[in-house]
Ligand binder design. Structure first.
Ligand code: 2U9
Length: 344
């Protein structure tokens, strides 16, 4: 029995030595130290031994078990260390390798311009209002002094959704709605930025969908000089204190009298060049005194209340400010265009 135990010990230790994986080692452990293993079997046969032999063999069996278990443990630690080492080596990263550059986005030029314009008017006490892009015929035309059959409706060929609903052709219905929601005595001081839609053929200066920012101020004793003061402050902050403005007579159905505003050309300083087509002036927006019919339809007494309104296209403002030569650049999302206008 003693020889058998020593033989098993030799055998097991040799297998432990040969094992080259943690799993292989576990197999050896089960094979020799498991309940069905040969050592357990030897111990079971101890009943047949003499009283003297029993403790000696018992002790030896325990020593054998202990030495095998010890060898397994030592080998297991070594194998685990080696496996970890190998894994670390395989998964090691070169921290000195330069990182792949991350593309950082930023606000779209149009968003920046709209926000810049909003900030300027907020600074002058205007509030920002928004409204639906699908509008009723009433708010888009009727309430703005454009009754059915009015020739000016032809000026704005529209996308109709139903006979009474259309994609708004300007943001003016937001102002008509805002005035209409008041009781005819509260002053209004607002701007409304938003998308508008017209049946235009897209080219370098036209788009079937573009952005507008319109403003409205209604109160007692509002005059054309108030409009001029506000627009002058806007133009100087937007384009530079050295720019001059001028107002020219114009026509809009919703304002009377109506004007168009030019700023002095920066390129030639007013002498005339190709940018200003030789005039020294560049048109940037339209405006005027709110038509009495519009005030009346919104519930304001035009004898007591007056107002001014204006409208501009932020795309055009951005094109003038940054020298963008095609309105389609705002919508086609070519990153080579967009990334030029990311502020750091
Ligand atoms: C109400 C009363 C009056 C808004 C106005 C303009 C003149 C104007 C154009 C500029 C370029 C639109 O973006 S554009 O195509 N707009 O010239 N807009 S007065 O007048 C209003 C609006 C609402 C209730």
């Amino acid at each position: 029995m003693k020889e058998r135990l020593e033989e098993l010990q030799q055998e097991a230790l040799a297998k432990v030595e040969q094992a080259d994986s943690v799993q292989g080692l576990k197999d050896v452990k089960v094979e020799y130290l498991g309940k069905k293993g040969p050592i357990t079997e030897v111990l079971r046969g101890m009943g047949k031994l003499s009283k003297e032999e029993r403790p000696v063999i018992g002790q030896l069996a325990n020593d054998v078990r202990e030495s095998i278990a010890q060898a397994i443990e030592t080998k297991q630690t070594a194998l685990e260390d080696a496996e970890l080492e190998k894994q670390l080596e395989e998964e090691s990263i070169d921290v000195t390798l330069p990182a792949r550059p991350v593309k950082v986005g930023g606000p779209h030029l149009l968003t920046s311009i709209v926000e810049e314009i909003e900030d300027l008017f907020i600074g002058m006490g205007f509030e920002i209002k928004e409204g639906p892009e699908v509008e009723t015929d009433y708010y888009n035309f009727e309430a703005l002094n454009l009754p059915k059959g009015h020739p000016a409706r032809d000026m704005q060929d529209s996308f109709y959704v139903t006979e009474e609903l259309l994609m708004r052709t300007h943001t003016s219905p937001v102002q008509a709605r805002t005035m209409g929601a008041k009781d005819g005595s509260e002053p209004v001081k607002m701007i409304c930025p938003g998308k508008v839609y017209r049946r235009d053929t897209d080219d370098a200066t036209h788009s079937h969908q573009f952005t507008q920012i319109e403003g409205l101020l209604v109160d007692k004793n509002v005059r054309m000089s108030d409009l001029k003061g506000v627009l002058n402050a806007f133009a100087k902050q937007m384009f530079g204190a050295d720019r001059e403005i001028r107002l020219r007579p114009s026509f809009f159905p919703f304002t009377e009298p109506s004007v168009e505003m030019d700023i002095s050309c920066k390129v030639c300083g007013g002498k005339g060049c190709s940018v200003c087509k030789g005039t020294g002036w560049i048109e940037i927006l339209g405006g005027g005194m709110v038509h009495p019919n519009v005030l009346e339809m919104a519930g304001y007494d035009p004898k007591e209340y007056s107002g001014f309104a204006f409208g501009m296209g932020p795309e055009r403002i951005a094109m003038l400010k940054y020298g963008v030569d095609d309105i389609r650049h705002f919508y086609t999302n070519d990153v080579r265009f967009l990334e030029q206008y990311h502020k750091a």
